[in-house]
Design a binder for this molecule. Structure first.
Ligand SMILES: Nc1nc2c(ncn2[C@@H]2O[C@H](COP(=O)(O)OP(=O)(O)OP(=O)(O)O)[C@@H](O)[C@H]2O)c(=O)[nH]1
Length: 823
């Protein structure tokens, strides 16, 4: 199919009824017809074949429709329907040249091209020129009669006619003036209208309801060409501003916007060809629907690939973007307003519905970026909150006040960010993200608060631990009647001080009263548990403590001086006292008495174990103490009993040792021979005694020997050495002094012989050792005594050393040494 047979005209529908979509689109593009909106008019011409239709259009609108060559005779030249742009006429006007009618009636068959094209022209055109020969007016067999009948009949098939202007152009007018011709023509038209079959709804509808009838007459183009052109030029003027009120098509209805013209024309022709009724209002809605959708889709596609939008979307991926809302609003506005301007002339309801759809799609497209941005804003606000809170807390601000201030500032910043991100086209709701931020902030505050409070609690717990543990341990070490009272007092004092300080420290957290109470109670419980734990620890080593107590009492006198078992001591009483002291310690350790409730544990223990009072039933044959709840019991009565047995068996050795030491001491002090031996010595040695008295040299020798013996006696602590038995004493003394004495005697012998030989290295060493010992003795006269005292005490408390812990041993040794040194 040829698109453009003439340079400016386009075949819209060919002789076979094929619609030239490409040609029409090309026409619309080249003439920029699509941009005309509603400001355009369509002028169609119909009439008998070779009645000069193309000639008239060409002269009227400066178009170039093909005309018949007059010299080649009358034959049909125009096939199908052609269109052309009427250059120079405002508004944009399209001329439509229809194939000529053949002047014969074809019955009621609507499928002929003649009727189809007539219906198409009536549905599309605002003005229809009916070309007719002047001599046909008033004639019964006029060629235009079937044409008019066709026009009126098809008009009935349009549900809502467009009020088309029918401009009757009388060709080859005679001298008869138009004033005479027009009424005859109108009468002819009315007659035809009257006989046309009309639907019941339009039975009495006047012609004027459907048509504006205008009549004009032109002289013959062939015979009076100049006059013809003059009249055509005048007629042309009537097509200027034809669509405005008062114009040829001033009261037209149901115009399809120019951008929908192509689609509309195609659809109309399709419906006509399918021989269906042409519901113009429905068609208009359909055209609007299709076109608005097309426009909306096109806008959406362009928005999706808009460079500004893509840049914005990318920027939002990596962080917050300032001015997001303003920039996005502007981008969206561009496409929405383009849609509005392009769809403005389409059916309002359809247009609005499609706009909403476009908005919804566009907003769906950009909404993720908005959410992304809100995510950044939320993250940023939360991070700012964290750092600000930390800073304020570092500066010493109160916790709750800092939390409030930081929350307020960060939420305000977030709100500002949201306002900046908001777009004009939608009322996006940031409240969910805001709530999430608030939740995040609250959770952070809570976690920081918990951490700070835990830190504070730990600090006070550590403080309590330091204030309570050692003093409590020390009180247990010195366990006595007042131990638990002292512990209670200590616990109360330190706990209340700590609680007071702690409650002041947590004021800035502005906690609710129940929480404060629970925390303070927690601290009190902690302190109490510390003491309980310590008490359990000490109770766990009660046997050692008892033995330690026993040793302390047993091995020291009332002035805490180490005992020397001289034989005068009442070991039985001392043992009893020491055991009683140990049992009192056991009684102290047997139960926790933090609640100041009196009990009879000490009485029970002392009477049952110490005094051996037998009562029935045995108060110690139980696993609970009377008046003491099980959780406060540290050592059950039964355990006390078994501990006592173990204690007694383990301390027995100490007592035995003490008795042995006492007997040894007695033996070592009783060194004089028996009286009968002394008498025998005096009787038998009388002569020798007298010899000594008579010889002063012997007397002097005896005196010197006595002094030396005495010195050695004292120096070597001979009685002390013999405390452990005679043999041990002899070995100890001989091992210490024999080499020295031997050397001394050797030297004396050598000197007596007068042979002074050089000293051997061994002799030199011995001499130096002897000298050092003497010096030491002179410098620290007590050291040897102290040494011997310590060794004696260690021997007494052997058993206690065996069971005591190292520090206890050290403590004991130190105590003993100190006491001895001060002595
Ligand atoms: N008598 C007379 N002849 C005319 C007039 N105008 C044009 N013609 C002649 O009529 C013949 C047909 O002219 P067209 O303009 O081709 O007529 P048409 O109606 O377009 O023809 P089809 O499209 O084939 O139906 C030509 O030879 C014209 O010169 C006129 O006003 N009077």
């Amino acid at each position: 199919m040829a698109d453009t047979d003439h340079c400016c005209s386009t075949q819209l529908i060919d002789g076979d009824g094929e619609f030239n979509v490409v040609g029409l689109d090309n026409f619309m593009r080249t003439t920029k017809f699509s941009n005309c909106g509603l400001s355009y008019a369509v002028v169609a011409i119909m009439g008998p074949q070779s009645s000069g239709k193309s000639t008239l259009l060409n002269h009227l609108f400066q178009t170039n429709f093909r005309e018949m060559d007059a010299y080649r005779g009358r034959s049909q030249t125009t096939k199908g329907i052609w269109i052309a742009h009427c250059v120079g006429i405002e508004p944009f006007t399209i001329a439509m040249d229809l194939e000529g009618t053949d002047g014969r009636e074809r019955g009621e068959d609507d499928t002929t091209f003649e009727k189809q094209s007539a219906l198409f022209a009536l549905a599309i055109a605002d003005i229809v020129l009916i070309n007719m020969w002047c001599h046909d007016i008033g004639r019964e067999q006029a060629a235009n009669k079937p044409l008019l009948k066709t026009v009126f009949q098809v008009m009935m098939r349009l549900f809502s006619p467009r009020k088309t202007t029918l401009l009757f152009v009388i060709r080859d007018k005679t001298k008869t003036p138009l004033e005479y011709l027009e009424p005859i023509l109108r009468e002819d038209i009315q007659k035809i209208w009257n006989v046309v079959n009309k639907p019941a709804a339009h039975k009495d509808t006047p012609l004027s309801e459907f048509f504006n009838v205008e009549v004009t007459a032109l002289s013959s183009y062939e015979e009076k060409e100049e006059l013809f052109k003059e009249q055509v030029a005048q007629l042309r003027q009537r097509f200027f501003n034809s669509i405005y009120p008062g114009g040829l098509a001033g009261d037209r209805r149901g115009v399809v916007p120019a951008s929908g013209f192509s689609f509309s024309a195609q659809q109309i022709w399709r419906v006509i060809k399918e021989n269906k009724d042409l519901d113009l209002p429905a068609h208009k809605v359909m055209v609007a629907t299709v076109r608005c959708e097309e426009i909306a889709n096109e806008k959406f596609c362009r928005l999706s690939s808009d460079e500004d939008w893509l840049a914005l979307e990318e920027a939002v991926q990596s962080g917050s973007v300032s001015g997001f809302g303003r920039r996005l609003s502007s981008i969206l506005e561009t496409y929405f307003s383009e849609y509005d301007s392009e769809a403005t002339y389409f059916d309002e309801d359809v247009r609005n519905a499609k706009r909403k759809h476009l908005e919804s799609k566009a907003l769906d497209l950009v909404h993720p970026a908005y959410l992304n941005l809100l995510g950044h804003l939320r993250f940023k606000a939360l991070e700012n909150f964290k750092s600000r809170l930390e800073q304020m807390l570092k500066e010493g601000e109160g916790f709750a006040a800092s939390g409030r201030a930081c929350t307020e500032s960060c939420m305000h910043e977030f709100d500002q960010g949201c306002a900046d991100a908001a777009i004009k086209q939608a009322n996006w709701d940031a409240s969910k993200v805001r709530e999430k931020l608030q939740r995040n902030i609250d959770a952070h505050i809570l976690s920081v608060r918990d951490a700070k409070l835990s830190e504070l609690v730990a600090r006070y717990e550590e403080k309590l631990r330091q204030l309570l543990c050692e003093p409590v341990e020390s009180l247990f070490d010195a366990a006595g009647r007042d131990t638990w009272a002292s512990i209670r007092k200590l616990l109360r004092r330190e706990t209340e001080t700590a609680v007071l300080e702690f409650s002041t420290a947590i004021t800035s957290f502005e906690l609710d009263q129940p929480t404060i109470e629970s925390m303070l109670q927690g601290l009190r419980d902690y302190a109490r548990n510390l003491v309980v734990k310590k008490a359990r620890e000490e109770a766990g080593k009660v046997l050692i403590l008892m033995k330690d107590r026993f040793s302390t009492v047993f091995s020291h006198d009332n002035e805490l001086m180490p005992r020397v078992w001289t034989g005068k001591e009442d070991i039985k009483t001392i043992t009893k006292d020491a055991r009683a002291a140990s049992l009192r310690l056991l009684a102290v350790m047997a139960a926790i008495r933090l609640d100041e409730k009196p009990d009879k544990i000490e009485n029970i223990i002392l009477s049952s174990l110490m005094e051996g009072t037998v009562t029935s039933p045995d108060p110690l044959a139980s696993s609970t103490w009377e008046e003491v709840p099980p959780e406060n019991t540290l050592i059950t009565p039964v355990q006390c009993k078994s501990l006592w047995r173990q204690f007694k068996s383990e301390t027995e050795y100490t007592v035995t040792q003490a008795i042995s030491a006492q007997e040894a001491y007695k033996r070592s002090n009783n060194w004089l021979p028996p009286p009968w031996a002394i008498v025998a010595m005096v009787v038998l040695g009388f002569n020798e005694f007298m010899l000594l008295l008579r010889n002063p040299l012997y007397l002097m020798f005896l005196f010197v020997a006595f002094l030396l013996s005495k010195a050695m006696w004292v120096q070597m602590d001979v009685p002390g050495q013999f405390q452990h038995g005679t043999l041990a004493g002899l070995i100890s003394i001989s091992s210490r002094f024999l080499p020295t004495v031997m050397n001394l005697l050797k030297r004396l012998a050598e000197e007596a012989q007068g042979h002074r030989t050089p000293e051997s290295p061994t002799q030199q060493q011995s001499s130096v050792a002897f000298q050092s010992f003497r010096n030491q003795s002179q410098l620290n006269p007590t050291s040897s005594i102290a040494q011997s005292s310590v060794s004696s005490n260690v021997s007494v408390s052997d058993s206690s050393v065996e069971y005591s812990s190292p520090n206890l041993m050290q403590r004991r040794s130190t105590k003993v040494q100190e006491a001895e040194l001060s002595q």
